[in-house]
Design a protein around this ligand. Structure first.
Ligand code: C2E
Ligand code: MG
Ligand code: MG
Length: 555
């Protein structure tokens, strides 16, 4: 009996036997699985009707047979065998054969026929292709690429391109999944149109595609092909008359030059793709060794940055802000420094983005605030402290509360604190930001826009937010006095700011000529290496004293 049970358990078909009273006698696991029948309904002597009713309820019975139960129970009590095909609501086709047992019960076997209905060729095609676009799927693409590399080994070159759509997710959210699907199908069509018949074209992820150019192409060819891909894929898409704009980034790698093994080659192309995407997108990049070094470098920096704060490797430096009219130091900007144990001082332009990605900038920003307020208490009272605030502090922290605490803890009055925020924070169009700014201004804290002119400079936010000051970006100052363009920008910003009651600061002043021009143009506040580089906290008070002396006697 054991062997009999084991045999039916291992059948490829589902099996079920009932007696003449329609009670269950035997069945196998396959049967239960096919129709999703729960264990409680499956015991010897259980009423078969209950199982059939359950199947109707759970939509695992043929959709269009009102007399399904009667037919299943009464089936084949007279003649010997019969066959039937059931189509389940989920699309599965099952062929069933019924046999009457000598005792007058019914033995039925159930097997899937969906696959039988397809030709072998169709089955192979389905297994290798993506259902939506009919391009190769990732698995088969990787395996074909491996074959191709094997064939080409030492014979020729092969170019791999990985493609990622820019802004696809946004479009998908905005226009809906049907539109998203239509775009992906159109992308597939464009890729097919760009390539030759025996090139490999695949959809390797949601909005990621890959191409292998089999014909040994030279570097110039592959570059112009990649450029054409970007062009073709960023032409507008049409969904039911609605134009949809997305872009595409492309990473290019060649074998054997960049890598000669499947995994490594895919990775190099992805590194190039990442570069293309990160640097504005909608362009292609060819892999280079420097790209890999950069990524390794960045990963190492990330690893060592994680503990920088705990291990006291972060420090705040201060750079003076000078009043153009009185020639006195009226403020000090707090600038974060990372003293790396092996690599020495690392620039915040390098590690602040890392800290943001690691989700650490909220915590670090709070620490800078506290530190800056504390240090400012050591300075003469007209000198204020300016602190750079990252977007993360608005989003992951309660900035108002952090500032209130930092002021409380240090005893600094709110009037002596100034926040420097970048335009991108304001363009987020977030009520949270507006509320935070309102709250801190109630504490007497002022707000400046940093790096003005490098971002969107849409100016629309100037009406919405009560900004106190604009810091004209260093890049304009650097081109003075020669560049007329920079001069007219400085002039425009100063007069615009003045007309709406805002002050201006010019940052990055390095020469006397720049100093003279900016004073002439009416900038209220000046900052730059000409006056002083940023210095450690313990030297700040002394720097204020000596600068005040030096600048007022010189003037
Ligand atoms: P920023 O706020 O625009 O700061 C001005 C940068 O220009 C500073 O670079 C400063 O050292 C540099 N600089 C000042 N005068 C001159 C000059 O005459 N010539 C030149 N070539 N450069 C000058 P630093 O300290 O490397 O900081 C870079 C950026 O990092 C800052 O730009 C700021 O955006 C960010 N940052 C620094 N500290 C913090 C911080 O505590 N929190 C946040 N969120 N960002 C920070
Ligand atoms: Mg700043
Ligand atoms: Mg700046």
């Amino acid at each position: 009996a054991d062997r009999f049970h084991s045999a039916i358990e291992h059948m490829a078909q589902g099996l079920c036997m009932i007696n003449k009273d329609h009670c269950l006698i035997t069945w196998n696991r396959k049967f239960a699985e096919m129709y999703d029948i729960p264990d409680e309904l499956l015991r010897e002597g259980a009423p078969y009707r209950a199982i059939l009713e359950h199947r109707i309820e759970m939509a695992s019975a043929p959709g269009n047979q009102p007399d399904f139960i009667d037919r299943e129970l009464g089936k084949k009590t007279s003649s010997n065998d019969d066959n039937d095909i059931h189509e389940l609501p989920d699309g599965r086709h099952i062929s069933i054969s019924y046999e009457t047992t000598p005792e007058g019960g019914i033995l039925s076997t159930h097997k899937y026929i969906t696959q039988r209905r397809l030709s072998d060729q169709e089955i192979i095609h389905l297994a290798h292709h993506d259902g939506l676009t009919d391009l190769l799927n990732r698995r088969s693409f990787v395996s074909y690429l491996g074959d191709e590399l094997e064939r080409k080994r030492s014979v020729g070159e092969l170019t791999l391109m990985t493609i990622d759509l820019d802004g696809f997710k946004l479009a998908n959210d905005k226009f809906g999944h049907a539109a998203g699907d239509a775009v992906l199908q159109e992308v597939a069509a464009r890729l097919r149109a760009c390539t030759r018949r025996d090139d490999l074209v695949a959809r390797v992820g949601g909005d990621e595609f890959a191409i292998v150019l089999k014909d040994a192409t030279d570097q110039k060819d592959s570059a112009s092909f990649a450029a054409r891909l970007v062009d073709e894929l960023s032409k507008p898409y049409d969904f039911e008359g609605q134009p949809i704009e997305i872009g595409a980034s492309v990473g290019v790698a060649t074998s054997p030059h960049d890598a000669d093994e499947v995994g490594a080659l895919l990775k190099t192309a992805d590194i190039a793709l990442y570069e293309a995407k990160n640097d504005q997108g909608n362009q292609y990049r060819k892999f280079s060794k420097e790209m890999r070094d950069k990524i390794v470098d960045r990963r190492q920096l990330e690893d060592s940055f994680v503990h920088a704060l705990e291990q006291d490797q972060l420090e705040v430096y201060y750079q003076p802000l000078i009043c153009a009219r009185s020639n006195l130091v009226t403020g000090m900007e707090a600038l974060l420094r990372w003293q790396h144990p092996q690599r020495g001082m690392i620039s915040p332009t390098l590690f602040v983005p890392i800290a943001e990605d690691l989700g650490l900038m909220g915590k670090i920003g709070t620490w800078v605030l506290e530190q800056a307020c504390h240090d400012a208490m050591q300075w003469p009272s007209p000198v204020r402290v300016a602190v750079n605030v990252s977007a993360a502090q608005f989003h992951t922290r309660n900035l108002e509360l952090d500032i209130e605490l930092a002021l409380d803890k240090s005893g600094l009055s709110g009037e002596r604190l100034e926040l420097e925020i970048t335009e991108s924070v304001l363009l987020d169009d977030d009520d949270k930001v507006l509320r935070a700014i309102d709250c801190v201004q109630d504490l007497g804290v002022s707000v400046a826009i940093d790096d003005f002119g490098t971002g969107f400079s849409s100016l629309s936010y100037l009406h919405k937010y009560p900004i106190d000051k604009i810091k004209i970006d260093r890049s304009f100052v650097a081109k003075l006095p020669k560049s007329n363009h920079s001069l007219s920008i400085v002039r425009t910003v100063v007069s615009l700011a003045r007309s709406i009651g805002m002050a201006t600061t010019a940052e990055g002043i390095e020469t006397r000529e720049q100093h003279a021009v900016l004073r002439e143009e009416g900038c209220e506040q000046l900052q730059g290496y000409l006056f002083s580089k940023p210095v450690p906290a313990k030297k700040a008070a002394e720097l204020i004293r000596s600068l005040n002396l030096q600048l007022t006697t010189a003037a």
